[in-house]
Design a protein around this ligand. Sequence first.
Ligand code: NAP
Length: 517
Amino acid sequence: MKVLSSYLCGAWVTGSTAAGLLVNPATEEPLAEIWGGVDLGAAMAFARERGGPALRAMSFADRGQLLARLAKVVHGNREELLALAVANGGNTRGDAKFDVDGAAGTLAHYAALGEQLGDRRVLGDGDPIQVGRTARMAGQHVWVPRPGVAVFVNAFNFPAWGIAEKAACALLAGMPVVVKPASATALVAQRLVELWAADGDLPEGALQLLCGPAGDLLDHLRGPDVLAFTGSSATAATLRQHPAVIAHSVRVNVEADSLNAAVLAPDVELSSETGQLFLVDVVRDITQKTGQKCTAIRRVLVPAARADEVCDALRERLAGIVVGDPARDDVRMGPLATAAQRRDVAEGVARLAEATTEVFGGTGAVTPVGVPDGKGFFLGPVVRRTDDAAGCHAMHDREVFGPVATVAAYRGDPIEAAYLVARGGGGLVCSAYTDDRDWVTRFVPEAAGHNGRLYLGSAKMAAQSPGPGTALPHLLHGGPGRAGGGEELGGLRGVERYLQRCALEGDASVLKALIDA
Ligand code: NAP
């Protein structure tokens, strides 16, 4: 049986204690073992002593070139990575592409940003400010790399993109990375780092990989470090309270749960371009990656007069989704990633079922195609309905991280819609579908403060839309409240998480030369 090694201190090392088994979630066939018990203090010191200085000696343009090489490696090994994602992640080929191509695209985006930033090592933040009696005495805010380690603790659903989107920002900023992917789907992450270590021309200590439990990793965090976490709110709460995080005021960036809403405005006929965009987006988000996308639509708010029609349309479209072994070409939706994940989603559906009526899929029982009887962590698409959008606590209070959404009827008013969106407690993305500019003008100011991103679906943009579920490197990914309060991506904004802002005071010409250098 393959044992997943960790890439630490410039070598591939295997831990001392067995910590779990990775399986194919469609067949339950064992794929690899994961072991814990490696020396993480040494890895953190290696990052500080070797990786940090090497990266800080490079300019933004040099680090951009490094990202371009990493993107090329992902692209060049695409087929192998896709196959691993299908086997270990329960991904269809389309799901796997979303992860792997998303990784390459994000790295390429930040490579281009590095080129734009050029040969600088210090970035200006805003304009010079006269702080003395004459213009000679100036102040200038600048950004410099944080002289610590970027530690990533990642979720199971995007093993490739999850590393790439964080590493692109940290490496471009000049911080060395120690990444811990989720154990259950670590096969893709491990191979990705293996390929980068062989062909990426990474400076020594710039990127290390921990396969297995986090162990004492967080004990080694210090003031200049950054801890970036993606996963459940429950784990996020544990990490935020870690003694080293508190004692050293470690910067923490959290991407957690989100009850993303899609809102249909009353002007939209389902047969219109905007109405079709809405239906495509909802069905895609229920089924893509078996609903295990942090940005997936969970709550579907529709005007009461259209609720029956929307439910009929979803029923019709979901009936055509073939669930089964994602390695088959005819399968549109694979299993959930783990047995625990299936249990958790089934519990969530049961809770929703107490407060809602069935639209499609009952409580998720399904007979998957192409898998041995009784095997696999399958749950079919489920749509529930409530006509009491405000009173249905189950819909607003718990993220069911699977192919599950609830349709809720509202009166059609934009302020009411924004109030219902806000009931999710803070989200990553909310989508609204309308061609009524007055409606959108009233909705946006009320809804935007509760979300990291608002996606405004309309006939004019429908043909070019990637859908609300796609996190783009140009735009912010993160959200307030339940979503963790973090910010990632968004072009330079994501890089700033790994930079330290410093106010310089002195001779204006010296300050100018520093940021122009
Ligand atoms: P999880 O159980 O919280 O695990 C996330 C990561 O934390 C894994 O790498 C896990 O390691 C690690 N971990 C767990 N306990 C830890 C501890 N005490 N100390 C250090 N590390 C610890 O979440 P998940 O099940 O992988 O992911 C599903 C959740 O993530 C969903 O709630 C979803 O909303 C959220 N999510 C959010 C985003 C976003 O961008 N906002 C993206 C994807 C997922 P092991 O795997 O080794 O246990």
